[in-house]
Ligand binder design. Sequence first.
Ligand code: SF4
Length: 365
Amino acid sequence: MKHLEEYRNPDAVKHYVRRIMETAGRRFTIMEICGGQTHAILKYGIDRLLEDNIGFIHGPGCPVCITPADKIIAAMEIASSDDVIFCSFGDMLRVPAGGGDLLSTRASGADVRMVYSPIDALKIARANPEKTVVFFAIGFETTAPATALAVYKAKMENLSNFSMLVSHSLVLPAVRYILSSPDNGIDGILAAGHVCTVSGYEGYEEIAREFEMPITVTGFEPVDLLRGIYSCVRLMESGKNIVDNQYSRAVVREGNKTARDMIGEVFRVADSEWRGIGIIRESGLVLREEYADYDALKRFGVSAPAVSESNECISGEVLKGNRKPYHCPAFGTKCTPEHPLGATMVSSEGACAAYYNYMEVRDRE
Ligand code: SF4
C-alpha cells in the first residue's frame, strides 16, 4: 500500500493543482489517450478541480470499445461451433454486436469462458486435447506481447487444438489519425504509461515534432496524472513540442525490446478497423504467415461480416473526442452499464461508463 498512498497523497494533489493553476496562462485542452486515465480523471474529480484551466478530450484508448462489431459477431459464431471452448477477457463478454453478445452465446449453450490472459487459454487447450480452444485476442501494445508469446509457445509445442481470433490495435497510428483532423482542438497529450512500457516513446517524439504537440507520458493514479498535466501545461506554456516522461518508474525511451521482439516474431502490422471510427492505416496486428495455422478466422472459415451499428449510439464521436457521452440522447436512459447500447458503456475503460458512474456519484453529493 505504500506506493498507492504515495500516489494518492492529498498534499501532493493540492500541490500540483495549485502549480497547474499558477502556470496555465489560458485554458488548455488536453487529450488523455487511455481509458484507464479517463476513469481516474473522472473518479478523482480531476476534471472538476481543474475545470477553469484544463478541458479534457477523452481519446480512443479503450481496447474493448474499439474492437469492431464484426469481430464480435465472428467470435459468437466460432464460440457456437461444436467442441469449441471460447476464451475471452471478461469485459468482452457483454459488448453488444448485431443484437447479441458473448454472454448470450454462452446462455445458448456455448462453452464461453472468462480468462485473465492468453496463457490461461493455452493451459485450457493443453488440458482439453479433445476440444478446440480459441482465445479472443484484443488490446493494444500492452496485451500483444502475452498474445504473441501464447501463439509462439503453441507453435513450439505443436499444440494443434489452439487458435486465436486476433483484434489487436496500435495506439500511435490512432493518435496520428486524431491529430490529423484539422479541428481537433487539442493543445497537449497525456500518453499512457503502460503502453509506453512496451512501445517506449520514440514514436511520440516523432508525433510531437510533426504535429507541434507537447506530450507527457504519465500513469493512472491521481498524483501521476496531476504531475503529468502540470508537465504538459509547462510544455504548452513554453511552446516546447517535446515528450516529457513523467512515468520513469516504469517507462524508458526505447520501451521493452524483448516484448516488442516477441510481437514482431508473431505479428505483422496491417490496416485495422476501429469500432465507431473506421479503418486506420497500419494500426493493427495480424498473424504472420508462419503462424497462420493459429488464425481462428481461417481455421473456422469465418469471415467477419459487416455489421450496421445502432444509429442512436454516438460512441465513434466520443472515441474521436468530438462529443462527450452526455451529448448522446441515450446516455443514462436507454443506455446504461446494465443495458448498454454501445461498447463505451460496457467497458470498465469506456468513457460513457466513466461519465455514468462518476457523474452519478457527484450528483448525489
Ligand atoms: S451512451 Fe450508450 S448509446 Fe450513447 S454513445 Fe455511449 S455507448 Fe453509445
